[in-house]
Design a protein around this ligand. Sequence first.
Ligand SMILES: [Mg+2]
Length: 369
Amino acid sequence: MDQSPAQPHRKIIHIDMDAFYASVEQRDNPEYRGKPLVVGGLPEGRGGVVATASYEARKFGIRSAMSSKQALHLCPHALFVRPRFAAYKEVSQKIREIFSRYTDLIEPLSLDEAYLDVTTDKLGIGSAIDIAKQIKQAIKDELQLTASAGVSVNKFVAKTASDINKPDGLTFIGPSAIEAFMEKLPVDKFFGVGKVTAQKMKNMGLHTGEDLKKLTEDELVRHFGKVGRFYYQIVRGIDNREVHPHRETKSLAAEDTFPYDLTTTEEMEAELDKIAQTVCKRLQTYELKGRTLTLKIKYSDFKQITRNQSFPTGFNDLETICATAKRLLAATDPDDKKVRLLGISLSNFNEPTPKQKEEKPSDQLMFPF
Ligand SMILES: [Mg+2]
């Protein structure tokens, strides 16, 4: 979106459904309400991972991406249910329909999360805060679910803000409040800062945005790589990324670099489970099915290999992604190696969905964070 001088600030809303999968299950199954509920992974299953935990389950410390084994240990009376992705997708489409009443600039991040650019006030409501309120209310009235909203002038601050008052929150961070907000923000809340980078920052004595701000752009790049440039800007409240309503992808990838070398197949498989979950979520968000899965492995001596396998039909389910990645891993004699990085990507997408056909081709979509 071009920003005319008369309109110096964009108005961005980030909407995030509260404990989405678990909330849908509790809505559809009254017997689950008020109970610690875990969606994804079964206590007797091997390698199962928590997709979403209800707020009742979170009180016991259960979190997304945790192994179901650990979840069960934290809360032995938790209920475990298998995810019903078809149901969540249906709800997700209804949520997007609600968004589309208020703006045409919607960028979904997953089934339950999206950025909305409401700089153009489609319904003439008057303020971005009121638009966010109305969207939350419509979701509540029509879908019996709650969402949290963050309202600001850019994506990063809006997304961070939506996480502040969960569940059912609405947080506005206006232009004059951004600087103070960013200075107080703990480094692990920065977009793109995972556990590994957060620990590295803490080891360097960097705990908040204020600490990060003391580093020059060059220093940030030296320590954290290219993403350092993004940190430099973001800590100053600058994030010019647009809300992209359309995306065409050639491949979709997720990878993770580890703070120490992985040396056993078990460790590597556990990490692949997490990476597969990220890839799976992204594929399902964009309604993409890939026919080729590529496993990337970087060893502690920086040698890198890739292994891939292609299938006659596309897939985006977690089981196939995990099984294929692990099979490719097993063929590399993993137990003899020291692994520093693992990545999974999917490509060779099938026929584009009607939604994508309308869109013009753009660059390969990679997720650097
Ligand atoms: Mg959510």
